[in-house]
Design a protein around this ligand. Structure first.
Ligand code: C2E
Ligand code: MG
Ligand code: MG
Length: 669
């Protein structure tokens, strides 16, 4: 590391600042302190020197004065100088006429130490000889100041040594102290960095005697533990289903990948089950979500009871579960377990003392037979599950020969879900005309799907698929909303034809659903008599009791009900009589070959008579030619719908068609 960089690091680190701060304080205060001490000692030495020499001068003067002879005194002074006691020792006679008087005048007594800069301290002391002589005598003494100056220098040097030692000790102490602070702080910093980068599993172990840092470290450790706990909670939540506590899709996928690795290494199979409950929706809708949730929890715990600890059961949302069996021996073993799961759900569930039954469909995919990676295995288990559902089986093992078709269907279903969300659908309307006066009586709303890749997709390709899944619900909501809105628009603009909308059997069998449909009709505030709902025979036959109630409710609203595709199902006369229907629609398969096949003619005639006897209107669909229309009219059929009259049209196209007089006349012919 270069010196400037090292200096920069030192300046920016806490230890560095601590040391530099201590140095700065000491370097500022130390000279003041030393100067003060030095000055005090210097003054003390000088004062004591002056006191001493003054006392000595007076004492010496007293001593030499006793001889009372100036010559002798001068000799004594010479001796004293010779002995080095004085630098100067002179006896001066102060009479004006004597030469020495001049010397007295030039002699300057010192008032302070070091005066004159000659290193001599001068003192003049009068000698008490006056009584014997006419003149006054003064003793002039000079003391050497050098020893005191040397002493002062010695002390200054000592002070400087002490200052050096003090500074060194201060530096040492601040380094030690700084390091002692820095070590735990660095530990805290490292922990903070580790936490920031997600590594908070290591406990914080800070050994420090500094209470503030110890308490900071304590807070840090509490925070770290909280984070660990919080993180574990989040991790658990992100990997588990909140309702059942089972692993979710993410965790299952992870375990599946690991299980595939192990199975590959140990060269043994594993199985993946995709499970979908049958009948869950109706329990959820009938009893409410609370019991729906309870049911899912109980289903989960029953299935768990059949599995081993090493198996994983996961919930994929809704009524879908997935099971990973990492230790099966063969396909037989897997189907045995599937059978056990099906059996365990055969026992009814009790809510509010009422027994409720749910069925299930299990799709089984085996590794390595049906896929070598998790994605393929899951897709194949899914396909197998749909096949089990379609065929009303408890479980099915994936079969590649059945798959191609199903993959297409699954992807179409996926696209349809998006189409409903994105509104990639539209409705065409096909006129239904009155055969008595040729006037338009109604239009039938027929859904079309504008698929981004496949182009226009007709309902026959996707309605059945939507009916097999839950998609029929949002699809019908979209269709009815759109058709009722269009109906309100036409009613508002004075058109008096009705709008017919097709409902699927499942639309009547889902608990909440009819209510939702009624809400849509009520929301648009249309005249309900302007709306017809077309139901197929299947809708009525499969659950006659429940359907009856719902149809009565629609009827009570004032909505017309028509039975679609009549002749293809097996509805009994008795059933028809009980239902609040206003019309039946003869299926186009009988109408289209009316003039070619005698059987069709007989059947159509019978249907028309029968319907009229029950007080129902008869509509013939699939009227593809003028001849057929004439024949239907002669048979007494009330209304007709078909390509000969008009193909399904967009709302704007229909309005054009209506304006066209010729088309109207065609109908009247
Ligand atoms: P559907 O309700 O019986 O509707 C009549 C079908 O016959 C329509 O076919 C119509 O275009 C067709 N059609 C009418 N006249 C003729 C004709 O002269 N010749 C021929 N060859 N066909 C004629 P589309 O639109 O393909 O619908 C087929 C079926 O799909 C409908 O039969 C209905 O069961 C279902 N569907 C259509 N739209 C909806 C809808 O919005 N909801 C539901 N649930 N089902 C719908
Ligand atoms: Mg129809
Ligand atoms: Mg029909």
């Amino acid at each position: 590391m270069s010196l400037p960089l090292a200096m920069k690091n030192l300046f920016s680190s806490l230890t560095g600042r601590f040391i530099l701060g201590a140095l700065a304080i000491n370097l500022t205060l130390m000279p003041l302190f030393l100067f003060g001490i030095n000055h005090a000692v210097e003054r003390a030495l000088q004062t004591s020197f002056i006191d001493r020499v003054r006392l000595d001068a007076h004492f010496f003067a007293e001593t030499v004065a006793q001889s009372r002879d100036p010559a002798l005194i001068r000799e004594m002074l010479d001796d004293a100088m010779m002995s080095g006691r004085y630098v100067r020792a002179v006896l001066v006679e102060t009479s004006p006429e004597q030469e020495e008087t001049r010397k007295v005048e030039t002699f300057q007594e010192d008032f302070f130490f070091g005066q004159g800069g000659d290193q001599i301290y001068h003192i003049a002391v009068p000698l008490p000889l006056n009584e014997d002589f006419e003149s006054n005598f003064v003793l002039q003494l000079g003391y050497d100041e050098t020893p005191v100056n040397e002493q002062i220098q010695e002390i200054t040097r000592l002070c400087l040594y002490l200052a050096g030692i003090f500074l060194f000790l201060t530096l040492l102490a601040s380094v030690i102290f700084g390091v002692r602070i820095m070590h735990p702080l660095r530990e805290l910093r490292n922990t903070a960095r580790a936490i920031a980068s997600g590594g908070y599993d290591r406990a914080l172990d800070v050994d420090t005697g500094i209470s503030e840092i110890a308490s900071l470290a304590g807070d840090f450790e509490t925070m770290r533990r909280e984070l660990v706990r919080h993180n574990k909670e989040l991790e658990y939540q992100s990997l588990h289903d909140a309702l059942t506590g089972l692993p979710n899709r993410v965790l299952l996928q992870d375990r599946l990948r690991q299980a595939i690795h192990t199975a590959q290494r140990e060269d043994r199979p594993l199985a993946l089950f995709m499970i979908d409950l049958d009948g869950f929706k109706s329990i959820n809708d009938t009893l409410g979500h609370h019991y729906g949730d309870l049911l899912l929890q109980q289903v989960a715990s029953r299935i768990k009871g059949v599995l081993r600890k090493s198996d994983t059961i996961a919930r994929f949302g809704g009524d879908e579960f997935c099971i990973l069996l990492p230790t099966i021996t063969d396909a037989r073993h897997a189907t045995d377990i599937a059978g056990k799961i099906a059996t365990t759900l055969e026992q009814p569930f009790f809510f509010e003392d009422q027994p409720y039954q749910v069925g299930l469909s299990i799709g089984i995919a085996l590794y390595p037979e049906h896929g070598a990676d998790s994605g393929v295995l899951m897709r194949h288990a899914d396909v197998a599950m749909y096949i089990a559902k379609q065929n009303n089986l408890d479980y099915t093992i994936y079969d590649a020969s059945q798959d191609q078709n199903n993959i297409c269907r699954l992807s179409l279903m996926w696209d349809l879900r998006k189409a409903i969300e994105n509104g990639d659908l539209h409705l065409d309307y096909q006129p239904i005309v009155d055969l008595h006066d040729g006037r338009i009586d109604a239009v039938e709303a027929l859904v079309r799907w504008d698929h981004p890749q496949r182009g226009l997709v007709m309902p026959e390709e996707f309605i059945a698929l939507a009916e097999q899944t839950n998609l029929i619900k949002p699809l019908t909501i979209w269709i009815l909303t759109e058709a009722v809105h269009q109906c309100a628009d036409w009613q508002g603009r004075g058109y008096d034809f009705r709008v017919a909308v097709n409902l699927s059997p499942r639309n009547l069998h889902e608990h909440d659903h009819p209510r939702q449909l009624m809400d849509i009709i009520e929301r648009e505030a249309i005249d309900p008599a302007g709306l017809t709902l077309e139901l197929t025979e299947r809708a009525i036959i499969s659950e006659p009791k429940g359907t009856r109630k719902i149809l009565d409710a629609f009827h009570a609203m004032g909505v017309n009900l028509a039975l679609d595709d009549f002749g293809t199902g097996y509805s009994s006369l008795g059933t028809l009589k009980k239902l609040p229907l206003s019309a039946i629609k003869i299926d186009k398969s009988f109408v289209m070959d009316l003039n070619e096949h005698k059987d069709s003619l007989t059947l159509v005639r019978a249907i028309i008579d029968l319907a009229h006897n029950l007080g129902l209107q008869v509509i013939a669909e699939g009227v593809a030619s003028r001849e057929i229309m004439h024949r239907l009219k002669s048979l007494g059929c009330d209304q007709a719908q078909g390509y000969f009259i008009a193909r399904p049209l967009s709302p704007a196209g229909l309005e054009c068609w209506l304006r066209d007089e010729d088309k109207g006349k065609t109908a009247q012919d």
